[in-house]
Design a protein around this ligand. Structure first.
Ligand code: FES
Ligand code: FES
Length: 168
């Protein structure tokens, strides 16, 4: 039996260059967890259905269990660890905390990254749009109502932050 050839892979993860040698079949989720050492990105299924593994690739949400690590070569990845800045929680993290938008927390990183992408393209979503936007993310604790409230709070906080920044 031959050993699979390893490929060099480089990408930016939360602004930091990360390089590793991986088998071509290595999933981005595993690269992030094992090569970048960022274990906030979870793997919750083997059927591309739970969304626990969502990260942003060049700003767009992807299920990192459906992307081979070499496909992310040269791209910019953002994970849940990249949300907080300067010791300050991101408004989405603050809102999930305030609204009890998590129970076991396993789905939470993916929920937050999908929420960030949703609010980037639609800063003032309706409840229906939030539920639709998060429809690819499953919460096995079924905390959906509080998750929706968290996204609504985050939308308000992020809009207010942008208005304040524009006034400066
Ligand atoms: Fe990626 Fe479930 S681990 S969708
Ligand atoms: Fe437990 Fe969502 S908080 S899976």
């Amino acid at each position: 039996m031959t050993t699979p050839t390893k490929l060099p892979v480089s990408m930016t993860v939360n602004g930091r260059a990360v390089t590793g040698y991986v088998e071509p079949r290595t999933l981005l989720a595993h690269f992030i967890r094992e090569q970048a050492g960022l274990t906030g990105t979870h793997v919750g299924c083997d059927s591309s259905s739970c969304g626990c593994c969502v990260v942003l690739m060049d700003g767009a949400p992807v299920k990192s269990c459906t992307v081979f690590a070499p496909m992310a070569e040269g791209h910019s990845i953002q994970t849940v660890e990249g949300l907080a800045q300067g010791g300050q929680l991101h408004p989405i993290q603050q809102a999930f905390s305030d609204q009890h938008g998590l129970q076991c927390g396993y789905c939470t990183p993916g929920m937050m990254m999908t929420s960030l992408a949703l609010l980037s393209r639609n800063p003032d979503p309706t409840e229906h749009e939030i539920r639709e936007g998060l429809s690819g993310n499953l919460c096995r604790c079924t905390g959906y109502n509080n998750i929706v409230k968290a996204v609504q709070q985050a939308a308000g906080a992020m809009s207010a932050g942008e208005s304040a920044a524009a006034d400066d």
